[in-house]
Design a binder for this molecule. Sequence first.
Ligand SMILES: [Zn+2]
Ligand SMILES: [Zn+2]
Length: 627
Amino acid sequence: MTAPTRTNSGGSSASRNGQRGGRGSGQRGGQGSGQGSGQGQRGAQGPDQGSDQRIAPHDVLPGAMPGPLGPPPRLSRGTLRIVALGGLAEVGRNMAVLEIDGKLLVIDCGVLFPEDNQPGVDLILPDFSHIADRLDDVVAVVLTHGHEDHIGAVPFLLRLRPDIPLVGSTLTLAFIEAKLKEHRIQPYTLAVKEGQVEQLGPFECEFVAVNHSIPDALAVAVRTSAGTVLHTGDFKMDQLPLDGRITDLRAFARLGEAGVDLFMVDSTNAEVPGFTTSEREITPVLDRVFGSAQRRLIVASFASHVHRVQQVLDTAHQHGRKVAFVGRSMVRNMGVAADLGYLQVPKGVLIDLKQVDDLPDSQVVLMCTGSQGEPMAALSRMANGDHRVQVGAGDTVVLASSLIPGNENAVYRVINGLMRLGADVVHSGNARVHVSGHASAGELLYCYNIVKPKNVMPVHGEVRHLHANADLAVRTGVPRDRVVLADCGTVIDLREGRARVTGAVKCGYVYVDGSSVGSITEADLKDRLVLGDEGFISVFVVVDSSTGKVVAGPEVHARGVAEDTSTLQSIAPKIVDALSQAVGQGGGQGAKVDVHQLQQVVRRVVGRWAGTSLRRRPMIIPVVVEA
Ligand SMILES: [Zn+2]
Ligand SMILES: [Zn+2]
């Protein structure tokens, strides 16, 4: 039995790994995109986007507080407040903020990847506005593991305050440090191990080993004067993991014995019955695929899935093949993992991409990113014939990863593209080349029975995942009114062993687009969608400022509207009529022409015409100039 090692340190013990980092471009990440209430609806989204429906207020706590939640009460001393700024009702941008006695502890700070209805968006960040003017009160950011949906937004948070200490395992910190280097930020870090206890301000954090699809993942137990919170991070319970590091159920039991007041539990696989298969089960499948492949093998997975890459390296070695890493993040992360001993590279198996052409195709494995169809990743570019690796007939492509909800179209586009080029494609739909990184319902039931929590808060998942997880908790005997189904921004206060929803704070989507952070709004995205779906019509017209008579134009132009010029010009007389009528109504000759009003008139006329004669609703851009 390993007793927890206590170290006498606070945030101050965080080693300063370098100089204070630069402030980046100095842009504020915390500019939300403007939902007033905490029940932020995704504005630019149609009602058919089932997976993105937010939790309705009546679901937050059965029987309590119908209608939208108002701002929370002032936080009294000795009460612990929990607010998720991302990661609820969505898979990604995980971030939870714990607050007690004026101090804040952040657990994870990840990104969410955009979907088809968010054109041009690179990343979506948690909404930092809840803590933006209180960053000096943040004692630390605890990072449970090195996945993008848990660490990806750290650079944006550190731009606001570069010296917030980052606390996590060695591999997690190595991944985030490599990433921060690209942002030219050198963070304060505190490396922790399972079993270790750290006092971070009023939060006593104990770290617990958990098994996940990345090595060195941790759960964290946070003890405060208001009670103990156990946050699982992402986890599963593979009993035979490659590295032998299993989820520490003995620690879960010990913490449960001492009393877990709020159990925050990964919900990703709560809908999946039974148990998640062991990573080792992939070995024979990979072996078979490698054994029958005639020419090159191209394997795609996440750039952080060290154990999956390990299996590919080992299998390649057994089949006399050499492996080249393709893609910046794959090269970077696997370099880090190998340096730290998390990845064992069999001697001579790794080669540089440049050496690939010197080898016969039957001796080559390319290990790349892009298993989710990310357009800029290596695999998508290969499928488009837009990469230095030209995929051809006889090549075998293995997508050794899951299909994250929302990425289906992109992934199938890539698979179709690769098949069109003549490749055989092996994916989780036709072979067991992937196992999940998350605990299924059976494992979650075990956890509830072992921990016996007083209150439960399902985290990390779409609404359906959170609900499924809540049901599991209830089935093990947790009273339904002790299971908190929250949305991003929902405020939960823990006091006297009872977790209650007490309000909501603003929590919108913060979009990163190129160099802009938080400036793209829902309205901008709506415009982009209209432009993409319907095209636009512009009208340019010059009016006499005293008479309102049209002296030049109207010139009508269109893009993405499949009509010829003569059809478009047929609207011109209607515009002229409407303008002169509008000026007549506005006081006639001598009255000042209001350009803005006239533009509205043009917009209405053209809009009506497009609606009735074209059956379309393009974006209309009227420009009225006074002569
Ligand atoms: Zn994860
Ligand atoms: Zn995750």
